[in-house]
Design a protein around this ligand. Structure first.
Ligand SMILES: NC(=O)c1ccc[n+]([C@@H]2O[C@H](COP(=O)([O-])OP(=O)(O)OC[C@H]3O[C@@H](n4cnc5c(N)ncnc54)[C@H](OP(=O)(O)O)[C@@H]3O)[C@@H](O)[C@H]2O)c1
Length: 281
């Protein structure tokens, strides 16, 4: 059994990873900014802020395997750099990093280019690593929950794009399997997708079936979508990130399905129907 430290412990992905690892006999340590916010996780906690190296320089001591997840934003590269450096200082044996679909220096969107910087830094660090690059989270669809409930409509700026979206629970079980036994995954980068590429019309049909009432997809122009989020206070970085994601997906970017979840966990990733039946019942 090993000692595993997880960053982003209070967030969507890492909290699900913690849940997937609990009870398997590992010593789990959450690295958090505010321990009070993380008390419900029921694991050992260390305090630090990824943006400030001095607050995390000793946080990785005694850790075998580290899970490095940074929140999306312009500071992600420095936060990831700090975490990887602190992991080195602490003598960590293997770093597993949360990246994103299509991370590359020439990717057509900002978030993927920033993730590529951090992926490259980890690969070049000389540390043993594994990188996961998940696709669009199915849980992102919950931002349409209100219009679905009130109008039976999903407004999204994805045209008729086919997206192999993935349930966060499948990202978590895959990451947990890697953290529990990292050696076979050393030096690997995995693209994680759901079992099928689906259009938003298919998403609407699946949610409608789960709810037992018709749900319609209404495509909106990318500029209109970004405009409405801007009016709700979306900052400049996220306006650009959102615009570029919606544009690239609408043009068919990254629609291939991979078998990585099944290959690593032995279990098929959940499809959109299964997601909808749990989240929209
Ligand atoms: N959404 C998608 O479709 C998608 C797809 C592929 C990849 N991704 C990637 O997934 C990652 C986000 O994962 P998520 O959805 O689980 O994130 P999340 O729910 O927003 O959680 C972010 C976590 O980071 C912590 N955090 C924020 N600032 C911090 C700091 N300065 N120092 C230490 N911890 C800090 C937060 O803790 P506090 O409690 O302190 O705030 C929280 O635990 C991003 O890298 C994103 O690019 C997303």
């Amino acid at each position: 059994m090993s000692t595993i430290l997880l960053t982003g412990a209070t967030g969507a992905v890492s909290s699900a990873v913690i849940q997937a690892l609990q009870g398997a006999g590992h010593r789990l340590i959450g690295l958090v900014r505010d321990p009070a916010k993380a008390a419900h996780l029921g694991i050992e906690l260390r305090t630090g802020d990824l943006s400030y190296l001095r607050t995390i320089e000793t946080a990785f001591e005694g850790v075998d395997t580290a899970w490095v997840l940074t929140p999306p934003g312009p500071n992600a590269p420095i936060q990831s750099s700090n975490a990887v450096w602190a992991a080195r200082l602490g003598g960590v044996k293997h770093v597993v990093r949360m990246s994103a679909i299509g991370a590359a220096h020439d990717a057509p969107n900002l978030n993927s280019r920033l993730h590529a910087l951090s992926d490259s830094e980890l690969v070049g660090s000389g540390m043993t690593y594994t990188i996961v690059q998940p696709h669009f989270f199915m849980q992102n669809l919950m931002m349409a929950a209100q219009s679905i409930a009130e109008q039976g409509t999903i407004y999204f700026a994805l045209g008729d794009a086919k997206i192999p979206m993935i349930d966060v629970r499948d990202i978590a079980s895959t990451v947990a399997a890697i953290l529990a036994n990292p050696a076979p995954h050393a030096g690997k980068t995995y693209t994680l997708t759901g079992p099928a590429a689906v259009t938003m019309a298919q998403v609407a049909a699946a949610i409608g079936e789960a709810l037992g009432k018709p749900v319609t997809y209404v495509p909106v122009p990318v500029a209109a979508a970004v405009d409405s989020f801007t009016k709700m206070g979306l900052d400049d970085y996220n306006q650009v990130a959102l615009r570029d994601y919606l544009t690239s997906y609408s043009r068919g970017w990254k629609s291939d399905v991979t078998s990585s979840v099944k290959d690593i966990t032995g279990t098929q990733a959940r499809g959109i129907g299964e997601f909808a039946r749990v989240y929209f019942k």
